[in-house]
Design a protein around this ligand. Structure first.
Ligand code: GRF
Length: 214
């Protein structure tokens, strides 16, 4: 099986997938391409160290082509996303699954539709439970809610990507009990550890479902 992984940052979840492909955790599966929307993403270094092809998909040239207005910004993002899906569809071999591992952009239908039509599954890691804390800063928002006694637990999910942010069907979830007086850093540490296990399990389940489908 072939994976394409989308990142924006440190790439610790990408690393978990690289290690899983090297071990028997993800049998006969390899990451054939890593794409980042940030040039400085350390995840690009991790990919290079693992001899995985990388692409930096830069938004700036798209922004330059459009006026700095809300409409212009949206048009730039739409073109950017359409080209991103074209880039992925042009990869050889094509990925069976695209894993969004800390991809910090909202994925528009211009990205999703061509890939879905090509039969490619798109899954995303989100550090919250289904229906909770959608969007950026989920871990911090959960930590704040915990401090106010509003929630006792948060969690992590891997879900199928649809146009609505962090709202696709959950593939796998894991709850994380909040600890009284714990710092945000300590919670983030515990959440990332759960992410690293779940991203492998979620990818494996998706590949298994694809195999049963074909
Ligand atoms: C994860 O918490 C992810 O959900 C969020 O950023 C983190 C990704 O970390 N978007 P990494 O880049 O995989 O280390």
């Amino acid at each position: 099986h072939n994976l394409t992984v989308l990142i924006s940052g440190n790439g610790s979840n990408l690393q978990a997938l690289i290690d899983a492909c090297a071990s028997s955790a993800l049998p006969n599966t390899r990451i054939t391409h890593v794409i980042s929307n940030r040039k400085a993403a350390y995840g690009l270094e991790r990919a290079k160290k693992a001899s995985i092809e990388t692409t930096y998909h830069n938004l700036v040239p798209y922004k330059k082509k459009h006026p700095q207005t809300p409409e212009g910004t949206q048009a730039a993002r739409t073109e950017y996303d359409a080209d991103l899906s074209k880039t992925i569809l042009a990869l050889s071999p094509r990925p069976d699954v695209i894993v969004c591992a800390g991809w910090m952009h909202i994925l528009t239908p211009e990205f999703l539709n061509p890939l879905t039509e090509a039969g490619i599954k798109i899954i995303n890691l989100h550090p919250a439970l289904p229906g909770e804390f959608a969007g950026a800063g989920a871990i911090e928002r959960a930590w704040e809610a915990g401090r106010k006694g509003e929630i006792k637990r948060t969690g992590v999910m891997i879900h199928e990507v649809i146009a609505e942010v962090d709202a696709g069907k959950a593939i796998v979830t894991q709850e994380i009990e909040l600890k009284e007086g714990e710092s945000l850093d300590e919670l983030e540490e515990r959440v990332h550890k759960v992410e690293h296990g779940l991203i492998v399990e979620g990818t494996r389940k998706t590949l298994e479902a694809l195999k049963n489908q074909s």
